[in-house]
Ligand binder design. Structure first.
Ligand code: M6R
Length: 365
């Protein structure tokens, strides 16, 4: 039941501290990832992995895109990510010793399942599924299984499934990274950051009231741009998907560095621009991208832990996110974006839990 909440989506957003904790339970010790969480055969398979191919759809695909940044920068192994509906119909080159990874909340998405069946005919080392539905088809068909413990997700817009998938993918990054030079010290730092995630998400949820007020600025808008750089770019993509899915506002995401190559032409005072801007080595670059947007009359909504870097004005609203370790920033910054789409949908009066034309589980192609 929805309990005290007006919609399943809101309930599921607020469940995240709890389900993230559950997804981490028994999967980490004080300093280490417990890789048995990926199945008893995981160790022998992980020892051989030289690359990763991720396939998924929608929000689960966005989780995969975040993981690509982690795999290549933290684990030091190549990682490809593709939407299942493209992957399954393409002649694919499979490098030696590649692990095939699917990500799915439902475990029943037709294209993802078909992609796995194709992959099983190719020369992959093994298949792993990151899934939220224990007795689903993807779980049955995969060699290794990592269950996210998000609990049933009823809202069509995926929320808690996404953040738990990110946790799973970060654990996988660490487990594979260990074999490719990831040090014990870095593993330990990442594990303690993960252990702090439920608390960090609880804090981010306190932004609810601020975001509710901010959402009014979107009520009469028809378009929005979501910008990020680096690992926050797929977080921006997910923010845009949430907004279009439940508020029907056309939202597009761009890596901020691409603005000049086209989308800047769209910017005027009717175009809200949402920026995911945690303080990292790309923030200064992002900041100068945003100044260009501002110079063209764009209205900025900046989610950042560096409020000072973005002075509030008529054209700039800063949503002050607390500082968190960089490795968990994608999960934490997802929370205010989920809340933003929820409140915009409420202002617009759309059907939050059952957006038009969409089904929770896409079991036909
Ligand atoms: O069950 P899956 O994770 O395989 O579903 C994939 C997509 O259909 C799903 O994420 C969809 O994009 C959501 N409605 C997004 O909120």
């Amino acid at each position: 039941s929805k309990g005290e909440y007006r919609h399943y989506m809101l309930k599921e957003i607020f469940e995240q501290p709890e389900v993230l904790k559950r997804t981490l339970q028994g999967r980490i010790s004080k300093h280490h990832v417990l890789e048995e969480a990926f199945g008893t055969e995981a160790k022998a398979i992980f020892d051989r992995v030289k690359g990763v191919q991720i396939v998924a759809c929608g929000t689960s695909y966005h989780a995969g895109l975040v993981a690509k940044y982690w795999m290549e920068s933290i684990a030091g192994i190549p990682c490809q990510v593709e939407v299942a509906s493209e992957y399954r119909y393409r002649k694919v080159f499979v490098p030696d010793d590649t692990l095939f990874v699917t990500i799915s909340q439902s475990g029943e998405t037709a294209d993802t399942l078909a992609a796995l069946k194709e992959a099983k005919k190719s020369d992959y080392l093994a298949s792993l599924v990151i899934c939220n539905a224990p007795s689903s088809s993807l779980v049955r068909e995969s060699d290794l299984v990592f269950m996210t413990h998000a609990g049933p997700e009823i809202g069509v817009a995926s929320t808690k499934a996404f953040t738990t998938q990110l946790v799973a993918l970060q654990l996988l990054t660490i487990a594979l990274g260990r074999r490719h030079g990831l040090t014990e010290a870095i593993e330990s730092d990442m594990v303690s950051a993960l252990a702090s995630l439920p608390e960090a998400v609880s804090k981010a949820l306190l932004l609810d009231d601020v975001i509710k007020k901010t959402s009014e600025a979107f009520a009469d808008k028809h378009h929005a741009l979501f910008l990020g750089r680096g690992v926050e770019y797929p977080v921006a993509m997910e923010g845009a998907l949430k907004l279009k899915e439940i508020s029907y506002i056309h939202a597009e995401s761009y890596p901020a560095g691409e603005l000049k190559h086209g989308p800047l032409a769209l910017v005027d005072s009717d175009m809200p621009i949402v920026a995911v801007a945690p303080n990292n080595e790309l923030m200064e670059k992002l900041k100068s991208n945003l100044e260009e947007v501002q110079a063209r009359g764009g209205k900025l909504f900046v989610f950042s832990d560096q409020a000072d870097a973005f002075p509030n004005s008529n054209d700039v609203t800063v949503i002050d996110v607390h500082s968190v370790p960089e490795t968990i920033a994608p999960m934490v910054y997802t929370i205010p974006l989920q809340l933003l789409s929820y409140h915009v949908a409420i202002v617009k009066g759309t059907d939050v839990d059952q957006p038009r034309n969409l089904a929770k589980s896409v079991t036909v192609e």
